[in-house]
Ligand binder design. Structure first.
Ligand code: SF4
Length: 253
């Protein structure tokens, strides 16, 4: 099989709140959809999470998250449009029995939250952001697990959304079953790639950027004919770092 795709490699050196961050990245040379950049954003998120976890542990704190603990997987996971399309693609390519089971979970979860008008409350947080925490907690208290949760483990671990990767806590694991701003201590990351990705999208389309994971399949279906913007890998990375730093990124490697 021939792979004629061309790639470019560059180095990123940043200092965020005094902490140096160096990464080497290889991105597509030709114009691609933003979705094509998702593996790079996932890799970057993993690096940021590792750096932040090491910094926390160096201070003597311990990360409580471990395999088999899925308490946080009952929260509304905020995803970008790019991730909604990716999730729809993943589900579409599952073996048929598994696909039917997962699709049923998605539609039951959407139906449940639609019945209690939760999506409307979420939309309203765009103009009343102070209500967001209460809306998130309301979702959690309904106790509906993520459609991908199997035996309290993530069944799409390698492909899980950026927000899932970014969620680490140092408070006792049992506190995640009854979360509040006081009982759950999250590891603070240098920055949140999930939010930057949403900001890139909202800058491009000027719309409310937050899609709850359970709406991914529905959203992808509703938007299957929309036009997707094409940019080179370098241009997408420039947008990413422009959103992160607020600065124009000089060209050249
Ligand atoms: S995608 Fe995986 S990690 Fe994220 S909420 Fe669902 S089960 Fe949990």
């Amino acid at each position: 099989m021939k792979n004629k795709e061309k790639w470019v490699t560059g180095e990123i050196r940043l200092s965020i709140e005094g902490q140096p961050l160096e990464m080497q990245m290889t991105v597509p040379a030709k114009p691609v959809k933003l979705r094509r950049m998702l593996p790079i954003f996932q890799m970057m998120t993993n690096s940021i999470v590792d750096i932040s976890a090491r910094a926390v542990e160096a201070k003597g704190e311990k990360i409580s998250c471990k395999k088999g603990c899925g308490a946080c997987c009952r929260q509304p996971v905020p995803i970008s449009e790019t991730e909604a399309l990716e999730i729809a693609y993943i589900v579409e390519h599952l073996p048929s029995k598994k696909r039917e089971k997962i699709e049923k979970r998605f539609s039951e979860a959407v139906e449940h939250f639609r019945k209690i008008n939760w999506f409307e409350k979420l939309e309203n947080t765009a103009t009343a952001p102070e209500t967001l925490q209460a809306v998130v907690l309301e979702y959690f208290h309904e106790g509906i697990p993520c459609p991908f949760l199997e035996n309290e483990s993530c069944s799409i671990h390698q492909n899980r959304p950026l927000a899932c990767r970014e969620y680490l806590v140092t408070s006792p694991a049992e506190n995640c079953s009854k979360p509040s701003a006081q009982s759950v201590k999250r590891v603070e990351l240098l920055f949140l790639p999930s939010k930057i990705l949403m900001r890139i999208e909202s800058r491009e389309k000027k719309r409310f950027p937050f899609i709850p994971l359970i709406r991914a399949l529905e959203w992808a279906k509703e938007n299957k004919n929309r036009e997707e913007i094409l940019r080179t890998g370098e241009e997408w990375m420039e947008s990413f770092f422009r959103e992160l730093t607020g600065d124009e990124i000089p060209k050249g490697r």
